[in-house]
Write a protein of this length. Sequence first.
Length: 305
Amino acid sequence: MTEPALKTAMLADAALAKSSQLLTSSALANTAAAAPNSGTPTLTIVEPKAGASFAIDPTPAMPKIDCRAQIVGIAPDPTPTTAFDWLIDINEPLKRGTCPSAGVLCGHAESAVGVLGGRWRPSLVKFCGGATRIRVTTTVGGVRLEAETQVMILGENPHRSQIHPMLGGVTTDIARIACRESGMTQFENGFPKLGPGGDTGIMQLCDPAATCDQRWNWRANVQAGIALFNQDKQAALKHLNQHKIDGRWPNNKGMKNDQVLQREAIKRYNAGVNKAYWTWDETKQMWMAKPPGDYTDLVLAASCP
C-alpha cells in the first residue's frame, strides 16, 4: 500500500509533467503558425491574362487595363505591403510604303514606381495601339523578382452615323471623299487601315504624314482630312482665278463655277498640287479637263449612307 505522502508527490509530478507537455505543444504550435514559409518566392502577373485584347472604343477612348501582380511561394503573403515598379510599353508595327505616313513609328510607354499592394492601372492618355508589353518588378528579402506579359490594344471602327456629322452629312464632297478613300473605315483587323502606299485611316492621310493620334483616334483623322480639303479648295480657287472671264471660269465641259471649283478641289485631295483637274488652254481661252479626272468622277459617285 502506497503511503499518502508518496502518492501526493507522484500525483504532483504527473500534473507537472502534463502541464509542461501542454505548454511545450502550445508554444510549438504558435511558433509554427508565426514562422514564414522558407520557400523561394516568385512573382506573377495575375491580370491581365497573357494574349488578352483591349479595345480603343468608337468614342474614341483608350481602354482601362487593370494590372495585378502576386507574390507566391512565401507565407504570409507579402503582396499587400510590398512596393512594385510597373511598365507598360505599346508599339504599332511599322509598315513600309511610299507615303510619308508609312514612315511614322508609333509607340507609348508609361511607368510607375513604388506602387503599393500589387495593383496598377496605367493612365494611357495618348492614343496608341499594337503589341503591348506589361512588366512588373519588386524586391523581397533582398531578392529581385520580375514578371512580364503580352497583350494587344486594337481599334474599333465607329459607326458611320458617328462620322457623318463631322463631315457635314452624307452627300458633302468631303463625305464622298471619305467614302471613296476608305469606305469610312479607320481600322482593319484592329490596326489603322492602310492604303497601298501607307495612306492611313478614314481620310487615307498620306502627305502630310498622319500622326500617331491621327492613326489611332478616328476623330483626329477626320479633322485632319477636313483641314487638308479646305486647303485644297483654297489652292484650287487660287489656281482657277489665274484665268477668269466675266466672272466665270470658261471650260470645255460647260460647267458652272461651283462645279469647276468642286472638281479641282477633289482632284487635288488625291493628286496634290502638281496634278490639277483643269489646265488653261491659251488658244481656246478656256479651262480644259486634263487629265480626265477619273478619281474625281469616282468620288462624286461614292455614297456611304
